[in-house]
Design a binder for this molecule. Structure first.
Ligand code: GLN
Length: 447
């Protein structure tokens, strides 16, 4: 059914970089045998999934939607995907994304843009736009995405699906091609909260191959699927409802808060503070880490290499000039600049200090509230072709999601209505570290 849906919709939506038709059918047959023999009992056994193309899959092309990895076939599988395979998941293929997860629209992909299935003149959001569009279009039953600054929550919001960014360290990053390593987390994208909780429970694991992986004994996320919010304290940051927020998004999100209040939650406004510093701090830190992480793509070890060159230095230069797209180059340069001597203290160190202050502001909020409620993005999905010409404006669209990554917190985006153009709106719930269950419970009670 999923392969038939892909055949019918892919030409219009372009969610996938690679569809592994034969591989998927073979996996399905093998999984069926194991289910019949009683060896596989996971609720995910036999369910087709799509994987964002920045997670390594053994024997299956993994491009990060970049020309520089256009021929890269990994020899190993990322831990999160392995966890799914152990549960009997059937991998359909790899989904389109912004190149190296840098972007908010999936338009920076070297393999063409993905379109929003709700209205194909609009973007699906990004960078996990392919994963979210594939779920929204019914091309798969769920998908994995990654979230460095909102890349699961924002496209989930634009595509009317549900997505979770877990607490940093909950899902292993082993085999996830790094963008901003201190911010990157893998998470589920699915049709509802129940599916997301089930998937997260399966992919969460302690992994010694990822030095930032956390050992947790509370990853039974499906136990939080309880329709009850009585007495839960929900804080609404006033600073999330100021200038730049579309009024239709604002109304839908506040209506969602009202619904939770009617169900017994205690909803209150408060001042989170420092919100305006999150974007500059994030872009300095994310670009700094990216400039270092992307040094490995040099045309020597693997990936694309330029055809004609004179000597090693020229080979590096030509390979990287031809292999990376404009947004990736912009960030490598910005990151190298803020790390360079003379500017390190002024930019990078200052951004790290700001990050620490943002974490403190959240700590203070969570002394009082069980969770924070707000929009996932200031607008609904913009039209294709409108965002890339003004990168600063595009970066500003990350205002509600990036501080969550800077503080390492979990966040969920759930659909909460559509605007007058018929485009979906997303409600974001943010929890304290390791408090996924609270936001899962509230989101479940809401939907
Ligand atoms: N839009 C943000 C960026 O471009 C977030 C991307 C992400 O979470 N991968 O960096």
């Amino acid at each position: 059914a999923a392969l038939a849906a892909i055949e019918a919709k892919e030409e219009k939506v372009n969610s996938f970089v690679t569809v592994d038709r034969e591989g998927a059918l073979k996996q399905a047959e093998e999984v069926q045998k194991k289910i019949d023999a009683g060896e596989l009992t996971s609720p995910l056994a036999g369910v087709p999934v799509a994987i964002k193309d920045n997670m390594c899959t053994e024997g299956l092309l993994t491009t990060c939607s970049s020309k520089i990895l256009g021929n890269f076939v990994p020899t190993f599988t990322s831990e999160a995907v392995l966890n799914l395979q152990k549960a009997g998941a059937v991998i359909l293929g790899k989904t389109n994304m912004d190149e190296f997860a840098m972007g908010s629209t999936t338009e920076t992909s070297a393999f063409g843009e993905t379109k929003n299935p709700w209205n194909t003149e609009h973007v699906p959001g990004g960078s996990s736009g392919g994963s979210c569009a594939a779920v929204a279009a019914g091309e798969c039953f769920y998908a994995l995405g990654s979230d460095t600054g909102g890349s699961i929550r924002q496209p989930s919001s634009f595509c009317g699906v549900t997505g979770i960014k877990p607490t940093y360290g909950t899902v292993s990053r082993y085999g996830l091609i790094a963008y901003g390593s201190s911010l990157d987390q893998i998470g589920p994208v699915a049709k509802d909260v129940t599916d997301c909780a089930t998937i997260l429970e399966t992919i969460a694991s302690h992994d010694t191959k990822d030095s930032t992986s956390v050992e947790r004994d509370d990853t039974d996320f499906t136990s939080a699927l309880v329709d009850d919010v009585k007495g839960m304290k929900i804080g609404i940051p006033k600073d999330y409802f100021g200038e730049g927020l579309d009024t239709e998004v604002k109304d839908a999100v506040l209506a969602a808060a009202k619904k939770l209040e009617e169900k017994g939650a205690i909803v209150e406004e408060f001042e989170l503070s420092l919100v305006e510093y999150a974007i500059p701090a994030y872009y300095v830190i994310a670009c700094a880490e990216a400039s270092s992480n992307l040094e490995r793509f040099d045309g020597v070890k693997y990936g694309y290499r330029t055809k004609e060159y004179e000597g090693l230095h020229n080979m590096y230069k030509k390979t990287r000039s031809e292999g990376f797209g404009a947004e990736v180059k912009r960030r490598i340069m910005l990151g190298s600049f803020v790390l360079s001597s003379g500017y390190y203290d002024a930019y990078y160190l200052k951004a790290l200090r700001t990050k620490a202050l943002i974490k403190k502001a959240f700590d203070k909020a969570f002394e009082k509230y069980d969770m924070i409620l707000g929009p996932a993005a200031p607008t609904t999905a913009p039209k294709l072709g409108q965002s890339l010409s003004d990168p600063i404006k595009m970066y500003l669209g990350d205002i509600y999601t990036i501080s969550v990554n800077l503080a390492g917190l979990p966040g969920i985006s759930v659909p909460c209505g559509v605007d007058s153009k018929g485009l979906p709106i997303g409600l974001q719930l943010i929890g304290d570290c390791f408090q996924e269950k609270k936001i899962i419970q509230a989101a479940y009670a809401y939907e």
